[in-house]
Design a protein around this ligand. Structure first.
Ligand code: BG6
Length: 514
């Protein structure tokens, strides 16, 4: 069957010279603040390499790493190659490397020194002159949040921020999570950014939105006639979202032991996924139309009262156990974690999207580290068929239909239906109608970087949405902070504390074991 071509609507003409995707040809220079750091090494440089291999980088293009390390262009290229060889989706070939390496440059400097910003500016101007990037710049802040302020001010003071609708080329800034630690700090970071950049220039990354299956949710819902009519409280019993990780805290102890799973995963990735499932059809596929309908979902979430938190939100922390058949340390025994830390490594919660479509449908969300496997999925449980005909006998009742959308791994979806077992006797059994992507999808960062280059903000978080998401989780954070209780322990390699199973069992339901 012929594949149907669809182009996302084009961003305003002043930001776009070509068509997106594939024929991306918007000349520009991507400057990575923190260019010699971990995110750059593992994700950004490999993503840019893959875009190049797939022919999706503009012809006039350069990458400039900017940070304190005293290294030259050659050393930066070696650093990049190391990361790409280890983490890239596609292999490094000498031919591809010979094209990619010359794109890489490095400027060493401090995020707080005006003279270093001038040095960066001069280097960008010289490069621009060489390659013809037309003054177009993407500044990627792969830096701790504490530096966002300094870097934004440094860019403004050195004259590197163009007016949003100016003619000298575009300025775009990419900001990584965490955007704040709570409502107040998120507002502070956003206000700081707003002093220097227009909202149309700010791209707040949530890498879950760049995952193929998450982006496909909108297509699934709104490019097919069969789902939307049944996508509501009338047919849906409840929704489960699971984002499970097998890894422990790893090397990110300093950040994680201040953040915890609620801030790290729920406030950002999981609420964004929830929005994609629960939103109303946007009025168009333009970035702000899509983002408006997502914001409506977050604003419709029933706010928790402090007294709800204990009943509706479970926090856990892993203790020693077996992970992938090997003995795994407990969270408090991990390197650089406070031995009396109360930070949660697991959260399960029940919430409601209180609007006409979803009235009375519980959404159960859970996420955690050191769970049995790495798997993220959304499971939509439909209501049971009436207790007549095939479902007339109470035991066993027919299994209700479940639509499972696998975000990772094994990206795809399955619809569980009841079918007849072939043969003379009438026996019924649940079967899966399964679809999975046969190709290796691009990494989320590839999609997102490509979108920044063409100026498409659809998959990026707008200020109002980030702050609304913080407001929703703030009640929980406050309650936990003031409570003498500790997170419930769970053994590494298990599905979380018993209380998580009870949270859903109290409603006569159970978590799906993915
Ligand atoms: C990050 C979190 O945003 O997402 C990490 O900070 C988490 O703690 C990671 O491990 C999970 O991403 P993915 O793509 O591996 O599911």
């Amino acid at each position: 069957m012929a594949e149907q071509q669809y182009q996302r609507p084009l961003p305003p003409p002043h930001v776009l010279a070509g068509m997106h995707p594939k024929s991306v040809d918007v000349p520009c220079i991507v400057v990575i603040f923190g260019g010699a750091g971990d995110l750059s090494h593992r994700k950004l440089l490999p993503a840019l390499y893959n875009l190049m291999v797939d022919g999706e980088l503009p012809k006039q293009f350069a990458i400039v790493g900017f940070s304190m390390e005293q290294i030259d262009d050659q050393a930066y290229r070696d650093f990049a190659r190391g990361g790409i060889e280890k983490f890239s989706r596609q292999k490094v070939t000498e031919e591809a490397w010979a094209t990619f390496a010359p794109l890489l440059h490095f400027v060493s400097g401090s995020f707080t020194e005006a003279k270093d910003f001038l040095k960066l500016r001069d280097r960008l101007e010289a490069l621009d002159h060489e390659i013809g990037a037309r003054g177009n710049r993407v500044f990627y802040f792969a830096i701790p949040p504490g530096f966002i302020d300094d870097c934004s001010a440094g860019l403004t003071a050195s004259g590197m921020v163009a007016a949003p609708d100016g003619e000298v080329g575009f300025t775009r800034v990419v900001v990584e999570k965490p955007i704040g630690h709570d409502v107040a700090s998120a507002i502070e970071i956003n206000s700081e950014l707003a002093k220097h950049f227009d909202e149309s220039q700010i791209f707040r990354i949530d890498h879950y939105l760049g995952k193929e299956t998450v982006e496909n949710l909108m297509v699934l819902r709104f490019a097919n006639a069969i789902f939307e009519p049944i996508w509501s409280a009338r047919y849906i019993d409840h929704v489960q979202i699971t984002v499970a990780e097998q890894e422990g805290v790893g090397t990110r102890a300093l950040y994680y032991d201040r953040a915890g799973a609620l801030r790290d995963m729920v406030q950002s990735h999981i609420l964004q996924v929830l929005c994609m499932i629960a939103s109303e059809p946007p009025r168009s596929t333009q970035a702000d139309a899509v983002r408006d309908s997502k914001l409506d979902v977050i604003r419709s979430l029933r706010p928790y009262e402090p007294s709800d938190v204990e009943r509706l939100v479970v926090r856990g922390q892993y203790v020693e156990g077996l992970s992938a058949g090997e003995k795994a340390l407990g969270y408090r025994e991990e390197a650089k974690i406070r031995p009396d830390s109360k930070i949660e490594t697991f959260v399960a919660l029940k919430c409601y999207v209180e609007n006409w479509r979803w009235a009375g449908v519980p959404f159960y969300l859970r996420t955690g580290k050191r769970l049995p496997k790495r798997t993220s999925e959304i499971a939509i449980y439909f209501k049971a068929v009436p207790r007549i005909l095939y479902n007339a006998h109470p035991a066993p009742a027919l299994t209700p239909n479940v639509l499972t959308i696998r975000i990772q791994p094994n990206e795809g979806l399955a619809l569980n239906i009841v079918s007849k077992v072939p043969g003379q006797t009438l026996r019924l059994m649940p079967v899966d109608v399964d679809f999975h992507y046969k190709t290796v999808s691009p990494e989320a960062y590839e999609t997102l970087l490509s979108d920044v280059i063409v100026g498409d903000q659809t998959l990026f978080m707008r200020r109002d949405t980030v702050e609304a998401a913080w407001r929703f989780v703030q009640v929980i954070l406050d309650q936990w902070e003031h409570s003498p209780d500790e997170p419930f322990p769970y053994a590494a390699g298990s599905w979380g504390p018993t209380e998580s199973a009870l949270l859903i069992a109290r409603d006569g339901r159970a978590w799906r074991n993915p």
